[in-house]
Every structure is written in structure tokens, then in C-alpha cells.
Design a protein around this ligand. Structure first.
Ligand code: FES
Length: 574
């Protein structure tokens, strides 16, 4: 084979060969290698300050030394420019005894490619701000897929040696994803198993805030870690319910989870400050690293996990981005082959949440992610080069001409979701493929909106990884939840013929979940009324209920999600 570089043996030489081959594979994909691209490579070799790892430094140094020879090889066409050759060179680099772990190599190579294409990132290309030939776009996408492979292989290898995958007779157990019927051809990394002992159990969990990240002028992400360490397992798009000590009461409020179950050590919510909003303002003003409280979950049917499809259309506005972001992060982390169109309607350019991460997601997914971040207006003093529009039929047809073939997921303010829903209905979209975040909606509306019927208790399976050491104890300067010892109470579920002995602090809906008593629920925060049940004996207290009328209360109805028994015996018609 006339490829002179294939016989090299030094690690630095092998790395240099790979770097040069990556460069020509993309830049010369359409046989249109430009002077600007060569100049960019030269700049990166002249000033390697952009590169952080020793592994890459050695390769760049060698590339600089052999630069003229490599170009001669290129002109003589002795450097093969096809994907199998690239894969072979990548394998050679990864297989060197001195090579760093695969993840580090892949990160360094991505850093190289990102700097190389600094002015031609996939997102800029898709927004039409930079022209890049289809051949070069395809080549970059091929390289991204190639680089994803070593990581996937490594994770699968890790999973195969996990003891929790093998039963006592030495038989390999089916993964939980297989057990719950996930389509593994679309969610390949979902085959990874995890240890049940380390997994978040549905119900109440004490957590500690470990970070607060400002996202925009009025949006923050709050990151939580379980105090007794667990891996958070949930389906991307589901929600958790926080119990917060506000104004002397325990207020429950549900927020969709913005993190991904593929990164299970922490769980995040992303909250927009709502003028006059009790909980959102409290979170923005009070929640800080070290604060401890209870949260429960996961709950919710709004998830792509139960509706695997090769093509998705994700539509979000405002803080409706949070479940969609969880899905996008999960899709990228699991190297899914799904093709996504994502429409994000925002108020103005100042309201882009996760803007820089979108760039990263675009780079990771290549042509499989088409992303439209579209403000409804641009205010004086703001700069914006992209489209400006409100949600409309035109927008759907422009960004997703094949929308009919796509599974649709929508989240945003109620008026926005109504508009999206009626628009899609009007233009003939098959609504049985339509999913809309529904917590907070009245029960009748919720039933009509939710196309997914899978039980929420079956969680997506995260990657197994060693637990991070628990954070050092942090002394909270904020008011802690009351430390009174709860009394024991008897709760009778008369229709289910079950009696439970619990504490006065336990929420009725959580108890019902734990004891397999089926109660309808949605927001789990006292807002929607779905969990309304009648009490025929005893007293139940509720903080912050907003769903019951005076007549309901007179007739003895309570909300199971925020209701707690406060007499020795309570009887419920459930
Ligand atoms: Fe919404 Fe209880 S589940 S009020």
C-alpha cells in the first residue's frame, strides 16, 4: 500500500499522521482545499496555545517537523483519504501503550477539529451564516461519528464486566432498557445497566444543592446531589417535585428536569423567575450551594424514551426548553442515530437559554440536528443575525418540511402549546404522534394531550460509573425544614382495602405510590387537581393548594399530592 505514513511507529508520528489525515479528509472532501483552510492549519501549528493536552502537543510538534513531507505525500496521493484509513489510524493511536484513555484522546481530537473549523462550525453553517459544501459537511459528520465510536465501545466494555449484569448462575441479565421494551436500535447506549442499590428510588429523597448556574438575566440552573449518594435514574423529559420551606409552610412545586439521565450523579432544574411567582422567586433569591431539602420523583409521561422514532420534531418556548434540553442531552450522550429538528421560540435574543451548549450539541450531532433559535422580536441595542418570527405553519414547513414523518414533542406556556397543537392539527399532522408536556393542565385536557401511556415508574437506564465522593458537609445558612419528630398515623384506602401506618409528614400520594395504590396524578404540586380524592374520616392538611374549590373542600375532597394526615386515623375513598 503506497501510504508512507502507515509504517510510522513513534506515538507522536502516529498522532501527527492522524491529525493530517483528519485535516485533508474534511478540507479536501470536495477536492476544493482552500488557501484559507491551509492557513488555518498553519496558524494552529505556529501557535499551539489552544491545545491543552501533552498527547496532542507531541503530535502537533511532529506534524510541524514533517509538514513539508506530509504535503509531498498528499500531492503524490500516497495519503489515503477514506474513512476506513482514518479508522485504522485512529485505532493505531488509541492502541499505543502510551496513549491516554480513549475519552481523553477523543476530546483532544475534537478540540483540534473545533479549532480547525472555528469559522465553519456546524451551527453557523446551518444558520446560513457560513457556506460549507455538502461534501465537507458530510465528511465532518463522518468524522464525528468515527470519534463517537471509541467511547461507545469503551462504555459497552465497562458494562460487560459489571457484576450487576450477571446473575448467580452466571447468566447475563437483560438490561432494564430491554426489559421495558426500549428500541435499542435507536437508543443504543440505553443497553447499559446499573446497580439497583445505587439508583434513585421513586419517592422522597433528601438532596443538597451543589451549584447554581446563571443562564440568562432571569433564568438559573440549580444542581442537586442526593445526600445519601444515588445515581439519578429517570426518563428524559420527566419532572421532579421539590418540597421547600417557604413562608413557614412546606410548598411543593414540580419542575421538569433539565439534566440528562446519562449524567446520573446530579439532577438539575432550570427555572425562570416569574414576576410574582412564589417558588421561582424564592429559588432565585434563596437557593444556594449547601441548602438541603426533599424532592420526589421522577414522574411524567412527556418523554421521547417511550416513543422511539428515527425522526423527531422538538418544539419549545420559554422555560419549556427544560424537558427538551434533557432529551437533547440524552440523545447526544447515547449516540442515538435519531434525526432531530428543534424549534426554540424565544422572546428576544437576550432570552436564549443554553446558547453555548447548543453550539456543542450541533457539533456533536452534525447533520442529524437542525436547530432554529428564533426570537419573536429584537429590541433596540440587541444584535441578531438569524431569523425573527413567531411560531407559525410557515415556520414548521420551512424547518421541517417532512414534519408529517416526525414524532412531535412540545413544551412551553399553555397559550403557545395550544397554538402549536391547533396549527399542527390544521395542517394534517397525525396527532397520535403528538406529545405535549401536560402537568398543570386540567385533567380532561391532560388526557387529551398525552399520547404516551407508559408507566412513569420505569426509568431510563444511565451509564454505570463510580459514584463521585459525597460532597463535604456544608452548613446551610438558610432556614432548614422543621425538625419535629413526626407522629405515627393510620391511613385507610377504603376502595383498595389497604391500611398504611405512616408519619404525619408523609404525603398521601407518595405513600400510595409506595404501596401500589393507583392514584391519578399530574403536577404533584397542588396545582392541577388530578389527584383529588374524598376523605370520609379524619383530618388532612395541605399547604399551598390551588386546585380545590370551596365546595370541594366542604365535600371532603383533598389533594393527595400535597395532603398529609394530621389526625391519628384518616380514611380515604381511594
Ligand atoms: Fe396536581 Fe395533585 S397532582 S394537584
Amino acid at each position: 500500500m503506497p501510504n508512507q505514513t502507515a509504517n510510522s511507529t513513534s506515538p507522536a508520528e502516529n498522532t501527527a499522521n492522524l491529525l493530517f489525515s483528519l485535516f485533508v479528509f474534511i478540507a479536501d472532501a470536495d477536492e476544493g482545499l482552500s488557501a484559507r483552510e491551509v492557513q488555518r492549519l498553519n496558524q494552529m501549528l505556529d501557535d499551539t496555545g489552544w491545545c491543552t493536552g501533552n498527547f496532542m502537543q507531541g503530535g502537533l510538534e511532529n506534524l510541524r517537523e514533517r509538514y513539508a513531507d506530509l504535503w509531498k505525500d498528499y500531492q503524490k496521493k500516497t495519503i489515503l483519504r477514506d474513512l476506513p484509513t482514518l479508522a485504522e489510524k485512529l485505532g493505531t493511536v488509541l492502541g499505543q501503550p502510551t496513549a491516554p484513555p480513549a475519552g481523553e484522546v477523543v476530546t483532544a481530537l475534537r478540540e483540534f477539529l473545533d479549532h480547525l473549523s472555528r469559522n465553519t462550525s456546524p451551527t453557523l453553517v446551518r444558520l446560513g451564516l457560513v457556506a460549507l459544501s455538502p461534501a465537507k459537511q458530510k465528511a465532518r459528520q463522518d468524522v464525528d461519528s468515527l470519534l463517537a465510536q471509541p467511547l461507545a465501545d469503551r462504555l459497552v466494555q465497562a458494562a460487560t464486566v459489571m457484576p450487576s449484569l450477571v446473575n448467580e448462575a452466571g447468566q447475563i441479565l437483560p438490561s432494564q432498557a430491554e426489559a421495558c421494551g426500549a428500541d435499542l436500535s435507536i437508543w443504543p447506549a440505553a443497553t447499559l445497566a446499573y446497580s439497583p442499590d445505587l439508583t434513585w428510588k421513586r419517592g422522597r429523597t433528601a438532596v443538597r444543592c451543589v451549584a447554581v448556574i446563571p443562564e440568562t438575566h432571569d433564568v438559573k440552573t440549580f444542581v442537586f446531589q442526593a445526600i445519601k449518594p444515588v445515581l439519578f435514574a429517570y426518563k428524559p423529559g420527566q419532572f421532579a417535585t421539590l418540597e421547600l420551606p417557604i413562608e413557614g409552610k412546606t410548598i411543593r412545586r414540580s419542575y421538569t428536569i433539565s439534566s440528562s439521565p446519562s449524567r446520573p450523579h446530579t439532577l438539575s432544574i432550570t427555572v425562570k423567575r416569574v414576576p410574582g411567582g412564589l417558588v421561582s422567586n424564592w429559588l432565585h433569591d434563596n437557593m444556594q450551594a449547601g441548602f438541603e431539602f426533599n424532592l420526589s420523583g421522577p414522574n411524567g409521561d412527556f418523554t421521547c424514551f417511550d416513543a422511539p422514532a428515527q425522526k423527531l420534531l422538538l418544539i419549545a418556548a420559554g422555560s419549556g426548553i427544560t424537558p427538551v434540553m434533557s432529551m437533547l442531552r440524552w440523545i447526544v450522550d447515547t449516540s442515538s442515530s435519531a434525526n432531530i429538528v428543534f424549534l426554540n421560540n424565544i422572546r428576544t435574543p437576550a432570552d436564549v437559554i443554553f446558547g453555548r451548549e447548543f453550539e456543542y450539541l450541533g457539533m456533536r450531532m452534525g447533520a442529524n440536528l437542525k436547530m432554529g433559535i428564533i426570537p419573536g422580536s429584537v429590541e433596540p441595542g440587541q444584535s441578531w443575525n438569524g431569523p425573527v418570527a413567531h411560531f407559525s405553519e410557515h415556520l414548521v414547513r420551512l424547518w421541517a418540511p417532512d414534519f408529517i414523518e416526525r414524532e412531535v414533542f412540545v413544551c412551553g406556556p399553555p397559550g403557545y402549546m395550544d397554538c402549536v397543537r391547533s396549527t399542527l392539527e390544521r395542517i394534517g399532522y397525525p396527532m397520535h404522534h403528538y406529545h405535549q408536556e401536560s402537568f398543570g393542565a386540567p385533567p380532561a385536557q391532560r388526557a387529551a394531550h398525552s399520547a404516551s401511556s407508559a408507566p412513569a415508574a420505569v426509568a431510563a437506564k444511565p451509564e454505570v460509573a463510580p459514584l463521585a465522593p459525597p460532597a463535604a458537609p456544608v452548613v446551610s445558612t438558610l432556614p432548614a425544614a422543621p425538625a419535629t419528630t413526626p407522629e405515627k398515623v393510620e391511613i385507610v384506602f377504603s376502595r383498595s382495602s389497604k391500611t398504611i401506618y405512616a408519619s404525619t409528614g408523609d404525603f398521601i400520594l407518595d405513600l400510595a405510590d409506595e404501596h401500589d395504590i393507583k392514584l391519578e396524578s399530574s403536577c404533584r404540586a397542588g396545582n392541577c387537581g388530578t389527584c383529588k380524592i374524598r376523605k370520609t374520616e379524619g383530618d388532612v392538611e395541605m399547604d399551598g393548594q390551588q386546585a380545590l374549590s370551596e365546595t370541594d373542600i366542604l365535600e371532603g375532597y383533598v389533594l393527595a399530592c400535597i395532603g398529609r394526615a394530621c389526625s391519628k386515623r384518616v380514611v380515604l375513598e381511594a
